[in-house]
Design a protein around this ligand. Structure first.
Ligand SMILES: [Zn+2]
Length: 308
């Protein structure tokens, strides 16, 4: 990670070793070892759980759910006893601050959901780990979901780790570094095209570009490709920003993503409570240099959009 000029630590001059000449120390000087990147610990946040332990907390939570939702909606839960036919498959980050069910008001049975680090989808590979592949296959082939939505988010630790990866730096984690390398192409693109942006802003761009990589990877699954060609499946990219309370979504019009510049970006924003939601769409390049906004949700690609 970079640092501004005022951030460099002031080093005290090394005390001279009387047993070694100055000339010798200069010749034998070696570069300081690269310090591994360790993400700072997150701030400790307390919740109003009245000091309950885990068993009490989950028991109380379930009782509340049963009293306020389960018992109040017998028609829904009776229907779910016979099976599920979710319309959506959702990829979301495992981050505890991101909760797609709550954020989008999804009902039980409405979305088949996978949550992992940075909501990433690896490319089709039968030799690799099959967790994600089996979820996609079941959702697409058996449940026949109509839409797969990959949702990135603000302040994503997985994306920060991805952007912090350096070839000469040892892995920080046993698994995380290798996992987020799914988005390595996006990282290189963001670094190449946004080198002047501060690290945090590069992360914001990468949070979207990593979603685009996952959308491309989804198209490498033969059953996804088949449904896309038939027009019975749609892929959507999205980014939820819990810092600004905003949500962006972009669509693949033809089922084929040739480049991220073919994206339509729709930004849904709300101010205050959800009941006073106002929605407008914003088309903008992912590097944020060009913006073009217009109102209305049911637009296809805007004629003056830089993507058109
Ligand atoms: Zn995340």
């Amino acid at each position: 990670m970079g640092a501004c000029c005022c951030c460099f630590p002031v080093y005290k001059p090394a005390r001279e070793n009387p047993m070694r000449s100055t000339r010798e120390s200069l010749i034998q000087h070696k570069p300081r070892p690269t310090t591994p990147y360790h993400p700072p610990p997150p701030p400790f946040i307390t919740y109003t759980d009245k000091g309950m332990n885990a068993v009490e907390r989950f028991k109380t939570g379930f009782e509340n759910f049963r009293n306020t939702i389960y018992d109040k909606r017998p028609e829904l839960f009776e229907r779910l006893k016979t099976g599920q036919s979710p319309k959506y498959m959702v990829f979301s980050c495992a981050d505890s601050r991101v909760c797609p069910t709550l954020t989008f008001g999804l009902q039980p049975g409405e979305a088949f959901t996978v949550r992992n680090i940075a909501s990433m989808v690896p490319a089709y590979d039968k030799r690799g780990q099959c967790s994600i592949g089996s979820a996609i296959e079941y959702a697409v082939v058996v449940l026949k979901v109509e839409c797969i939505i990959v949702i990135g988010h603000s302040c994503c630790g997985g994306i920060k780790e991805l952007l912090s990866l350096k070839e000469d730096r040892p892995n920080t984690f046993h698994f995380v570094d290798d996992w987020v390398k799914i988005g390595l192409a996006a990282k290189k693109k963001v670094e190449r095209e946004n080198m002047l942006l501060p690290f945090d802003d590069q992360c914001t761009v990468l949070e979207k570009e990593a979603v685009n990589v996952s959308l491309r990877n989804l198209q490498s699954y033969p059953f996804v490709k088949e449904r896309l060609q038939k027009g019975t499946l749609k892929l959507l990219g999205a980014r939820y920003d819990f810092v600004y309370g905003s949500f962006e979504m972009w669509d693949l019009r033809s089922g084929r993503l040739t480049s991220s510049a073919r994206l339509m970006s729709m930004k849904l924003e709300w101010k205050g409570t959800l009941s006073s939601t106002y929605i407008h769409t914003v088309s903008r390049k992912l590097d944020l240099r060009h913006r073009h906004a217009w109102h209305g949700l049911n637009h296809d690609l805007h004629p003056h959009s830089p993507w058109a």
